[in-house]
Write a protein that binds this ligand. Structure first.
Ligand code: ADP
Ligand code: ASP
Ligand code: MG
Length: 406
C-alpha cells in the first residue's frame, strides 16, 4: 500500500465529464489499495477569466482581493471531484487551503508555502477516505486566502506530497511528459523519459510551464518522486530525477521560451554608485522579479541606459514604482516594450562543453534574428528577441542542437 498524491491540471478537469473520468482514475488507485490525496486545478480557462475580471476593474489591483477572486476556481473543482468520487462509491471529502491549513507567507498573488498541517487529512487518509485539495491556494498568517502564482497547483501537489511523505507525486496534464521543447510549437520535439531536477528547474523558470518552478524546487529539496504524465492515457510519463540517474548527459537537453516578458529601458540614468540599488531595491520590496539586466555606458561616460525584463503581469506595477522614484533614480525617460520573447537552451552537459552559446548565436544570426539581451548561467543560455520570431528561432535551435525526433 502506498500513499500517492495525484494532481490534475485544468484540461484534465475542464468539464463535468472529464471530472468523472478523473474520479475513475482515482478510484482505480483506491481499488489497488492505495491512500490517495488529489490536488485539482480550476477548470481550463477559468483562472484566466477570473484574472480578466480583476484586470477589467483595476489595473493596479489589491493583491488580497485578487487572491479572493482567483482562488475560487479551484474551490469549485475540488467540490465537484469529491461529489464525482462519492457518486461512484468512493469515500471522499474536499478540503480548502484554509481548512487543512496550507500555511503561506503574506505575499499575495505569489505566496510561498511555509508549512502544511497534515494531522486532519492524515487521519482521513488512514480511514481510507480520498482527500481532495484545491491547488493554488493557501492561507496567510492573518487568515486571508492567498494564491501561489500561475501554475501553482503543481506546487500545492509537490508540497503536499513532501508534507505527507508520499511515495510519489503524479502530475497529470494534457501532454504525456516533458519534451525537449513545447510540443505545441515544435512538432519534432522528443519526449524525455527522465530529466534532472536542475534541468527541469531551468526549463520551468525559463517558461516551460509544464511544471511550476517552485514545484520543481520543492521536489528537488525534499526528494519527492515526481512524474509528469497524461491524464488521457495510461502510458508512463517523464520522471524528474537526480543527475546520477541519467547515464548519457546531453549538452543541451531542452529549449524553453517565455512570451511572458516585458522589457523596460531607463534612458540616460546617472552613472554613479548606488544607481542599480535605487532601481532594483524598490522593485524587490514590491516582490517584482527582475530577470535579465543589461547596462550600457554612454559615449560621454556620464550616463547609462539600463535595460531589464520583468513578467508582463508585473509591468504596470514596475512602471508605477519606477516613475514614483524618478527623482531619486534620476533618468530621462522610461521606455516599456512587450512584444519580446525569451528563448533559452538548457543542459547540464553545458558545464563541461565550450562553444554551446556560440551555436545559438550563429543559428539565430543565420536566420537574421537580432538578439536584444543575453543572460547565462552554468547550465543555460537565454536571449531576448522579437516575439514574431519565436517559432522560427525555437525550431532552428532544436535542429541545431540535434534534438529533433527521428
Ligand atoms: P496543466 O493545466 O495540466 O497544469 P499546463 O498548461 O500548465 O497544464 O502545462 C502543460 C503544457 O505545458 C502543455 O500543454 C505544453 O504546451 C506546455 N509545455 C511547455 N513546454 C513543455 C515541454 N518542454 N514539455 C511538455 N510540455 C510543455
Ligand atoms: N488555476 C491556476 C492557474 O491557472 C493554478 C494551476 O492551474 O496550476 O494558474
Ligand atoms: Mg500547469
Amino acid at each position: 500500500m502506498a500513499l500517492i498524491v495525484q494532481k490534475f491540471g485544468g484540461t484534465s478537469v475542464a468539464d463535468v465529464n472529464r471530472i468523472k473520468a478523473v474520479a475513475q482514475r482515482v478510484k482505480s488507485e483506491v481499488d489497488a489499495g492505495h491512500q490517495i490525496a488529489v490536488v485539482v486545478s480550476a477548470m481550463a480557462g477559468v483562472t484566466n477569466q477570473l484574472v480578466g475580471y480583476v484586470d477589467d476593474i483595476s489595473k493596479l489591483y489589491d493583491a488580497r482581493e485578487y487572491d479572493a477572486v482567483v482562488a475560487s476556481g479551484e474551490q469549485v473543482t475540488s467540490g465537484l471531484l469529491a461529489l464525482a468520487l462519492q457518486d461512484i462509491g468512493v469515500s471522499a471529502r474536499s478540503w480548502q487551503g484554509w481548512q487543512i491549513p496550507i500555511h503561506t507567507n503574506d505575499v499575495h498573488a505569489k505566496a510561498r508555502i511555509t508549512g502544511i498541517d497534515t494531522d486532519k487529512i492524515q487521519a482521513r487518509l488512514q480511514e481510507g477516505e480520498v482527500v481532495v485539495v484545491p491547488g493554488f491556494q493557501g492561507v496567510a498568517p492573518d487568515g486571508r486566502i492567498t494564491t501561489l502564482g500561475r501554475g501553482g497547483s503543481d506546487t500545492s501537489a509537490v508540497a503536499l506530497a513532501a508534507a505527507l511523505k508520499a511515495h510519489r507525486c503524479d502530475i497529470y496534464t494534457d501532454v504525456d511528459g516533458v519534451y525537449t521543447c513545447d510540443p505545441r510549437i515544435v512538432t519534432k520535439a522528443r519526449k524525455l523519459s527522465k530529466i534532472t531536477y536542475e534541468e527541469m528547474l531551468e526549463m520551468a523558470s525559463q517558461g516551460a510551464k509544464v511544471l511550476q518552478t517552485r514545484a520543481v524546487e520543492m521536489a528537488m529539496n525534499h526528494g519527492v518522486r515526481t512524474e509528469v504524465r497524461s491524464s488521457f492515457s495510461a502510458e508512463r510519463g517523464t520522471l524528474v530525477v537526480n543527475e546520477e540517474e541519467i547515464v548519457e548527459k546531453q549538452v543541451v537537453s531542452g529549449i524553453a521560451y517565455s512570451r511572458d516578458e516585458a522589457k523596460i529601458t531607463l534612458v540616460r540614468v546617472a552613472d554613479r554608485p548606488g544607481v542599480a540599488a535605487s532601481i532594483f531595491g524598490p522593485l524587490a520590496e514590491a516582490s517584482v522579479n527582475v530577470d535579465m539586466i543589461v547596462q550600457n555606458v554612454s559615449a560621454d561616460g556620464k550616463a547609462t541606459d539600463m535595460t531589464f525584463t520583468v513578467t508582463k503581469s508585473d509591468l504596470e506595477r514596475t512602471k508605477s514604482i519606477i516613475q514614483s522614484k524618478k527623482a531619486e533614480i534620476g533618468y530621462e525617460d522610461l521606455v516599456a516594450k512587450d512584444g519580446v520573447v525569451k528563448i533559452s537552451i538548457i543542459g547540464v552537459g553545458m558545464r563541461s562543453h565550450a562553444g554551446v552559446a556560440q551555436t545559438m548565436f550563429q543559428t539565430l544570426a543565420d536566420k537574421g534574428i537580432n538578439i536584444q539581451v543575453i543572460s547565462t548561467s552554468e547550465i543555460k543560455v537565454s536571449v531576448l528577441i522579437a516575439e514574431e520570431y519565436t517559432e522560427l528561432a525555437v525550431r532552428a535551435l532544436h535542429t541545431a542542437y540535434g534534438l529533433d525526433a527521428a
